[in-house]
Design a protein around this ligand. Structure first.
Ligand SMILES: *[C@@H]1O[C@H](CO)[C@@H](O)[C@H](O)[C@H]1NC(C)=O
Ligand SMILES: *[C@@H]1O[C@H](CO)[C@@H](O)[C@H](O)[C@H]1NC(C)=O
Length: 342
C-alpha cells in the first residue's frame, strides 16, 4: 500500500516536473474528472521551420472551428513570429501556449489607429495563454502613439507566464474578467489600461522607454471604469514594479470611477510621491478609487500621496484581492485544464 502511494506521488511529481509544460500530456490531468471542458481535446502545433501543422499562429487560429466548446491547444514552438493575431468572438476555448516568454514571441510593429495596430487581439471568451510574449516593436519616433501589444476583450481569459511589451497602451485590458499570473508587462504610457475586471498576481511591471529621452514620465495604469455599478478594476497582488523612467505614476484616471488597487506589492523605481493623477477626473475625484494596501519598497511611501487616494476598509480590500470574490464567482478558473492550477 505504502509503495503504491509513493508510486502515485512520484508519478505526479514526474508529471508536474517534466510533462507539465506540454499541452498533450495535460490530457490526463483534467480538472475534477467530471467537467469535459477541463480536458484538452486536441493540439495543433505551430513551427516556423515547417515541422508542425502550421508555420504561423493566425493560420492555426483560423483552423479552429467556430462555436468550439472543447479546449484546443495551439502549441507555438520557439521563435519570433512576425505577424498580427486576432481571435474572433466565435472561437472560444483556445489555449495559446509558447515554450517560454523569452523563447516564443509574437510581434509586429505598428502604431496609430487603435484596433488595427495591436499585435494580438482577443474577442473570444474562455481563453488561456501561457509562456508566450506579445510584443509591439513600433518605432515611437517622433512621438508617442497607441501601439498595443495585446487587446483583451473577451470574458474569462487567463494569462500565465506571458510577456507584454510595447511603450504606449501595451496591455489593453479592455473588457471582461481576466487573470494574469507571473506575467511581465513593459511600457511607459497608460500601458495597462481599459475597462477590464482583472487580477494581476505576482506580475513584474517594468516602466521603461528607451527610444528617446524626450519622455521621462510614466503612467502604469489608465483604468476606465465608467460607473459606480461597474465591477471593473485592476487589482495588483504581490506584484513587482520596477522602471528606468524618472517619474512613475501608479495610474491616472481615465474615467470618473477609475479603480486600481496595489496590494502587498513591491514598488521600486522612481514612483512619483503623489502616486496618482486625476487626468480626466480633475476637479471631480470623489468617485475615483485609487488605493494601496500593504505595499513595500522605495516607492511605497504614502505620506506625500494625493489626498484623494482612497483608504479602503478591510472588507473592500478583501472583495477585490480575493480571486473567488472579484473575478471567479462562477468558478470559471476552476474549469480550466488542471495543469494550469498552481
Ligand atoms: C498535426 O501534425 C501531427 C503530426 O504530424 C498530426 O498527427 C496531426 O494530425 C496534425 N493535426 C492537424 C490538425 O493537422
Ligand atoms: C526593465 O527594462 C530595462 C530596460 O529595458 C531592463 O534593463 C531591465 O532589465 C528590465 N527589468 C526587468 C525586471 O526585466
Amino acid at each position: 500500500m505504502a509503495s503504491l502511494i509513493i508510486k502515485i506521488i512520484s508519478y505526479k511529481i514526474f508529471l508536474s516536473m517534466y510533462i507539465f509544460p506540454m499541452c498533450n500530456n495535460a490530457l490526463s490531468l483534467h480538472y475534477g474528472g467530471s467537467n469535459y471542458r477541463g480536458k484538452i481535446t486536441s493540439i495543433v502545433t505551430v513551427d516556423q521551420s515547417g515541422k508542425g501543422n502550421f508555420t504561423n499562429v493566425q493560420d492555426a487560429v483560423n483552423f479552429i472551428p467556430v462555436n468550439n466548446y472543447h479546449w484546443i491547444c495551439i502549441h507555438v514552438r520557439a521563435g519570433t513570429y512576425n505577424e498580427k493575431v486576432t481571435i474572433s468572438q466565435e472561437k472560444e476555448y483556445i489555449i495559446l501556449e509558447g515554450e517560454g516568454r523569452r523563447i516564443t514571441v509574437i510581434q509586429s510593429a505598428d502604431g496609430g489607429e487603435f484596433f488595427k495596430t495591436s499585435t494580438f487581439t482577443l474577442f473570444a471568451s474562455n481563453f488561456v495563454a501561457r509562456k508566450i510574449t506579445f510584443k509591439n516593436t513600433n518605432d515611437f519616433r517622433p512621438s508617442l502613439r497607441p501601439a498595443p501589444a495585446a487587446i483583451i476583450s473577451g470574458d474569462k481569459a487567463a494569462f500565465l507566464e506571458c510577456g507584454f511589451t510595447s511603450v504606449q497602451d501595451t496591455l489593453t485590458d479592455s473588457l471582461g474578467r481576466h487573470y494574469f499570473e507571473s506575467c511581465y508587462i513593459q511600457g511607459a504610457v497608460d500601458f495597462i489600461w481599459g475597462d477590464g475586471q482583472s487580477i494581476y498576481r505576482r506580475c513584474t511591471i517594468n516602466v521603461t522607454y528607451d527610444v528617446t529621452k524626450g519622455n521621462d514620465v510614466g503612467y502604469i495604469t489608465a483604468q476606465a471604469r465608467h460607473g459606480a455599478m461597474s465591477k471593473s478594476g485592476f487589482v495588483f497582488v504581490e506584484c513587482l514594479v520596477v522602471g528606468t523612467i524618472g517619474s512613475i505614476y501608479l495610474g491616472r484616471a481615465y474615467t470618473s470611477h477609475s479603480r486600481v488597487l496595489f496590494y502587498k506589492s513591491r514598488l521600486e523605481g522612481r514612483i512619483a510621491p503623489q502616486g496618482w493623477l486625476p487626468w480626466y477626473s480633475a476637479g471631480k475625484v470623489d468617485d475615483v478609487v485609487f488605493a494601496e494596501e500593504g505595499c513595500r519598497g522605495h516607492g511605497a511611501d504614502q505620506r506625500k500621496r494625493v489626498r484623494w487616494e482612497k483608504k479602503l476598509s478591510h472588507k473592500e480590500v478583501e472583495s477585490l484581492v480575493n480571486v473567488d470574490v472579484f473575478i471567479n464567482y462562477d468558478a470559471w478558473l476552476n474549469k480550466l485544464p488542471s495543469f494550469l492550477h498552481t
